[in-house]
Design a protein around this ligand. Structure first.
Ligand code: GCV
Length: 677
């Protein structure tokens, strides 16, 4: 194993400098002969070679010891730590008598412990540190790629990708040199991610073949991810038995279909023994599924679960199922209800190795949505929550929008009220999944600052209780390595000033009060208030001359509020209690309705849109002040500067379109007399 370094590609949060504290010291590794232990040894050797430290042989003095608990004669620092069971990925970290020690039960824990020391930097080697136990809160921490093999005529190489092409495929073939994939695996492992699905959930014909005659490509990718403890998963097409197997049906009850999946899956495991499993989008936005055969989603998922079970694999079955051919005239159909209506009745019917994967909100990755009630409705099902790191609806990596505060709210949401379990506890055995924002761009994520979202996803999936601002600080420290001097302080303060509140800024200048969408149909960038209003997609705001919002109450609306347990079923139902930020998601109100904040809905729309666009300009001004002072690389500075120009332009466009639209509808002028068109 050699540590991957890719020329001309930004090192993200693992620049050589981030390894100085370890690399300048004497490091003892006491591990086994497994590939993951080999990775730890290679990382230590690479850091030491670069920074003048040394890999210590047993018997030689050392400053850091990384040891497997099972590893025979442990040195005293590590032996003293032995105690609690750490599990397959956990580790203990302590410092005593001038030696820092990491102890793990298994090699993956050692790797995560190594990266924990990298994050701490010099602080890992200062003073005394009482033993801390670290274990991931969630079993599976997974990134889904929506990468295509062929360039799709509408969606391109990567569906909803804003960072160039795919790091896996280009124009129909796997990249010849996969060093970049290894480097990606390394970045992910440093955040705690342990699973990656490599292809788009909309599985077109060429990608379907990854399961069969193109399996060698998946195996090649798995070989790059494996050294960093990441298992590869594959999105599969439900109709594969027809398209690839020559059968005339994909009915999950048909024995030939079941046998085909069993055989096919066996071949997958013969090629990739640590293969993770399948991801399935079925009966959703045109993808085939069990409905065609009169079966339900549990029937479909269980068929695949049964094929995977003998090999230890799992199926991630997505709950993103709704009618995308809705009649906009029909106000009784509510897309928000769909996932719950389809899945809640199936609770208890899914196999142990079937994980129902639920988008965090009931609609589609909007800037603000209530947390999906499906998560509370299936206590006897393994559930995973799906987030979107790629910024489809949150600025497409042209806008600075640090999403960890939103994710942290979702993970901390308590369906049953204070003192009851939070979402993060409900999804313990299912996990957290997100759509990746990575492409073959020089900065990985298009917008260099969007790297922070990828970093934060992994860290929150490991520990959902982490503070998003602290995660950002960690990311700044690793990525930019700011010094302790005035310049370093200024750089940190600037990035926090730009990013800490950037999700709320984005919310302010886009769709108001949780109403959602209002984006350009198709590509979903920029404002178009009525763009989806008279379409079949089920995403409406119902603005007229009197008011705006969707009545989802039980009393007079679609009844969606009834999908929540108490207290939220009542809080959301009540106009008086509904939180301001979700008001228009749950209620249709007159423009003069007074919010908890004390202002009317119409004035709130004007105020937040003026404020949001101003904040975007302030973010740009903060960045401009860093120009030429040597604190960030000039090329990176220039890339961000150009993107900030676009963000400011776009924020003004949002402000003017939203304000003008609602002024023209309502006829109510801005109380402060600002320019509205
Ligand atoms: C992969 C949204 C996106 C689609 C995506 C879909 C999904 O609707 O716009 O591009 O398809 O979500 O999550 O399946």
């Amino acid at each position: 194993m050699t540590v991957p370094h890719v020329d001309d590609v930004h090192p993200a949060w693992l620049p050589p400098e981030a390894f100085r504290a370890i690399g300048a010291r004497r490091v003892l590794v006491l591990a086994d002969g497994s590939p993951l232990s080999g990775t730890v040894r290679a990382e230590v050797a690479d850091a030491c070679a670069r920074h003048g430290g040394a890999v210590a042989a047993p018997g030689e003095p050392y400053d850091l010891v990384l040891a497997l608990a099972s590893g025979g004669s442990l040195p005293p620092e590590a032996a003293a730590l032995k105690g609690p069971e750490l599990g397959p990925e956990g580790f203990l970290l302590a410092r005593t008598g001038g030696v820092t020690a990491v102890l793990a039960d298994a090699p993956a824990g050692l790797l995560y412990g190594f990266f924990a020391v990298v994050r701490l930097g010099e602080a890992a080697f200062e003073g005394e540190r009482p033993a801390e136990t670290h274990r991931p809160a969630l079993e599976r921490r997974m990134l889904d790629h929506w990468d295509n093999i062929d360039v799709h005529p509408v969606m391109g190489q990567v569906e909803r990708g804003y960072s160039g092409g795919s790091i896996f495929w280009r124009d129909g073939v796997l990249h010849e040199d996969l060093t970049r994939v290894r480097a990606y695996a390394r970045l992910l492992a440093a955040t705690g991610v342990n699973a990656v699905a490599v292809n788009n959930v909309n599985v077109h014909a060429p990608e379907a073949r990854l399961l069969t005659d193109r399996l060698d490509e998946v195996a090649a990718l798995a070989a790059e991810f494996r050294p960093y403890g990441i298992r590869v998963h594959l999105s599969v097409n439900f109709a594969s038995p027809i398209a690839l197997g020559g059968l005339e049906t994909a009915d999950p009850a048909d024995e030939r279909v079941r046998a085909w999946w069993a055989r096919t899956t066996e071949r997958v495991y013969a090629a990739i023994p640590d293969f993770g499993g399948y991801v399935v989008k079925a009966d959703s936005e045109g993808q085939p599924g069990p409905f065609a055969y009169g079966r339900d989603h549990a029937d479909g998922a269980n068929m695949l679960a049964d094929a995977l079970a003998p090999h230890g694999g799992v199926v991630h079955w997505r709950a993103f199922v709704y009618n995308h051919r809705q009649d906009w005239r029909d106000r009784s159909t509510d897309r928000a209800r769909a996932a719950y209506d389809h899945f809640a009745p199936l609770d208890g019917r899914f196999r142990d190795n079937a994980i129902v994967q639920v988008k965090y909100g009931p609609i589609d990755f909007q800037t603000r949505e209530p947390v999906s009630p499906v998560i509370a409705a299936m206590p006897d099902t393994r559930l995973a929550v799906e987030l979107q790191v790629t910024q489809e609806y949150t600025g497409q990596q042209r806008h600075v929008c640090y999403l960890a505060p939103m994710w942290s709210e979702v993970l901390g949401f308590r369906f049953w009220g204070e003192g009851e379990p939070a979402v993060a506890e409900v999804i313990k055995s299912g996990g957290l999944v997100a759509v990746s924002n990575v492409g073959d761009d020089r900065y990985w994520t298009g917008h260099p600052l969007a790297q922070a979202n990828l970093y934060a996803f992994g860290r929150l999936a490991w520990d959902p209780g982490l503070d998003p601002v602290a995660i950002l600080d960690e990311w700044i420290g690793l990525t930019f390595v700011p010094g302790d001097d005035e310049g370093g302080e200024r750089l940190r303060a600037t990035l926090h000033g730009m990013m800490d509140g950037s999700w709320r800024t984005y919310e302010r200048y886009t769709a108001p009060l949780g109403v959602g969408f209002m984006v350009r149909p198709g590509h979903h960038y920029g404002p178009d208030v009525d763009g989806y209003e008279y379409t079949p997609w089920g995403t409406y705001h119902f603005a007229d001359r009197d008011g705006v919002g969707v009545d989802r109450t039980r009393a007079t609306g679609t009844g969606y509020t009834g999908q929540y347990p108490k207290p939220w079923s009542e809080v959301y139902e009540s106009l008086a209690e509904c939180p301001d930020e979700l008001l228009l998601f749950f209620h249709h109100v007159p423009y003069g309705h007074v919010l908890h904040s004390g202002v009317t809905v119409i004035q709130h729309i004007y105020d937040t849109h003026f404020a949001g666009a101003e904040e975007a300009a302030e973010i740009r001004a903060l960045w401009a002040k860093l120009e030429g002072d040597g604190l960030v690389d000039p090329a990176l500075h220039a890339r961000v500067r150009e993107l900030l120009d676009e963000q400011v332009r776009s924020a003004e466009e949002w402000r003017d379109q939203i304000n003008s639209y609602f002024y023209r509808k309502s006829g109510v002028p801005d109380a402060r007399g600002r320019t509205i068109y």
